[in-house]
Design a protein around this ligand. Structure first.
Ligand SMILES: [Zn+2]
Length: 179
């Protein structure tokens, strides 16, 4: 009888621990997914090889309006089909989708076919001088986006536009921050 009791007690305790572990993981997963910035389904259905991430700035002054819609207009005026970047990060840290990930971007000559282009709003000080104007929120979002892209495509390298072209863009040292 005593033995039966002990077995029952042990089984009960094991079940309880198991339920707690499951619940903990479930909560963790919920928290993880509520923090995810990019829809994973979209990352999977990209339909082209992604080998690199290239970071840009919008080359706009602190008080200059710059939205996905505006960049879209600017790029169309330059003869592109639409906005050339896949993502734009506003000063408040919000992430905005530009060109669909499945489409080849138009953001870095010779490097578009296998890359994803991310642009943060800013890059110029009020005098128009190239400056790292990223807000704390923008840095945070950029880090997160890069992490999510690396999770989807493997440990692909992150470059600044200035590593492929004689430009200041994105006005900070991407290599020291991301590689
Ligand atoms: Zn650029």
């Amino acid at each position: 009888m005593e033995r039966k009791k002990a077995i029952l007690l042990t089984t009960g305790a094991a079940l309880l621990v198991g339920a707690c572990v499951l619940f903990y993981n479930y909560r963790k997963q919920i928290k993880y997914y509520s923090n995810v910035l990019i829809d994973r389904a979209k990352l999977k259905l990209v339909g082209r090889t992604i080998n690199k991430i290239i970071i840009h700035c919008s080359a706009t002054k602190p008080n200059q309006a710059c939205t996905v819609e505006l960049i879209d207009q600017w790029h169309r005026q330059r003869g592109f089909n639409s906005i050339g970047y896949h993502f734009v990060i506003y000063q408040d840290g919000t992430l905005h989708e530009g060109r669909a990930l499945s489409e080849i971007g138009a953001h870095c000559v010779g490097q578009n076919s296998d890359s994803i282009g991310i642009c943060y709003v800013g890059g110029l000080d009020s005098n128009g001088k190239a400056t790292d104007t990223r807000t704390e929120e923008q840095r945070e979002t950029l880090k997160k986006v890069v992490a999510e892209l690396k999770e989807a495509y493997g440990d692909i390298p992150v470059y600044g536009h200035n590593e492929f072209a004689n430009k200041a863009c994105p006005c900070f040292n991407v290599e020291s921050e991301f590689r």
